[in-house]
Design a protein around this ligand. Structure first.
Ligand code: RIB
Ligand code: CA
Length: 318
């Protein structure tokens, strides 16, 4: 249970989604799409045993506040939150404030939670939760700093985690540089450390995410009269929609982290995937942070997303 501040209350609202039953840990740098992904996980009945936070879209202190706010909004203060890494292993300077707003949640004014995160740090929490739930799925929505630290501190995690589903990397076109996607660019050494581990791994890279663009008019249609969760998702999306309009002239949005969670809910959201391998470019050059396809069969890599399967899960989230 989260430690409650004075006057807070613990509510154990059951998840509203179908009883999916799959046990997961979510590791996040809680920006806007992360928040929507957490809503999707909870509302579609994934059994979220814990949420760990990491710096990425914003600093880990703010990320942790954001996760608590989202859980308070969902009335799921029973889900424990654990703060993690402040910095990547090797300094990388990049900011995503333009997409996620100054507080990381589009400055929509989501109310503060009346409860706090746990004392245990994220890497230790990952180990303790996996020990209690062998075979658990770890869904990563941000840089892999916590995951690499956890695996480094507790190598036995390699046999306790059933699968890591990781939103990250880019096959042909990045979103931070021409070559690199944000999560893996932010801490490429951590990503390589996870690739070098033996944990079964599914990568949801940036490229197929772009096949799942939702126009604002379609989002508004789906959300019309659909209730407070849908309203909040539309409010959260205003900053990314404004970013897309400014840079690409269209009010549309992509949902990278929700696609990774949707894959954990229903693998059919991946229209196609390959068994392959990636290595991270770690040298200090223009390719740094690129995830380069290479020989080997280390991981599953989603190569196509099915927008219809995604939309079904997305609407179920409302
Ligand atoms: O490249 C997309 C990823 O970077 C998403 O996880 C988004 O939240 C940002 O962290
Ligand atoms: Ca994220």
């Amino acid at each position: 249970m989260n430690k409650i501040k004075k006057g807070g209350k613990i509510s154990n609202t059951a998840s509203n989604g179908k009883n999916h039953g799959k046990k997961v840990i979510i590791d996040t740098d809680c920006g806007i799409d992360d928040a929507i992904a957490i809503m999707m996980a909870v509302r579609n009945g994934l059994v979220v045993r814990g949420i760990t936070t990491v710096s990425g879209n914003t600093e880990v202190e703010q990320v942790t506040v954001n996760v608590l706010r989202v859980l308070h909004f969902l009335e799921r203060s029973d889900i424990p939150v654990f703060k993690g890494a402040h910095k990547p292993f090797v300094k990388t300077s990049v900011s995503s404030a333009k997409i996620h707003g100054s507080d990381g949640l589009g400055d929509v004014g989501l109310p503060e939670a009346p409860f706090e995160a746990q004392i245990t740090s994220a890497p230790i929490a990952m180990y303790e939760i996996a020990k209690e739930n062998p075979g658990i799925t770890l869904i990563t929505l941000g840089p892999l700093t916590n995951v690499a630290m956890a695996l480094n501190l507790h190598p036995e995690l390699e046999s306790l985690i059933g699968r890591i589903i990781s939103m990250g990397g880019a096959l042909y076109k990045g979103n931070v540089t021409r070559f690199a996607e944000f999560n893996f660019y932010f801490d490429p050494e951590a990503a390589q450390f996870v690739f070098d581990s033996k944990v079964p791994l599914t990568i949801v890279p940036w490229d197929p995410i772009l096949q799942n663009i939702i126009l604002e008019k379609d989002l508004l249609k789906m959300a019309k009269n659909a209730g407070r969760i849908a309203e909040m998702i539309v409010a959260l999306e205003q900053t990314p929609l404004a970013f897309m309009e400014e840079f690409y002239g269209v009010r549309a949005s992509v949902f990278p982290d929700p696609v990774a969670v949707a894959y954990a809910i229903d693998e059919k959201v991946a229209k196609s995937k390959i068994i392959g391998n990636m290595k991270m470019e770690l040298n200090n050059n223009t390719m740094r942070g690129a995830s380069v396809l290479t020989e080997g069969e280390r991981m599953e890599i989603v190569t196509e997303v099915d927008p219809e399967v995604f939309k079904k899960i997305f609407v179920q989230t409302f």
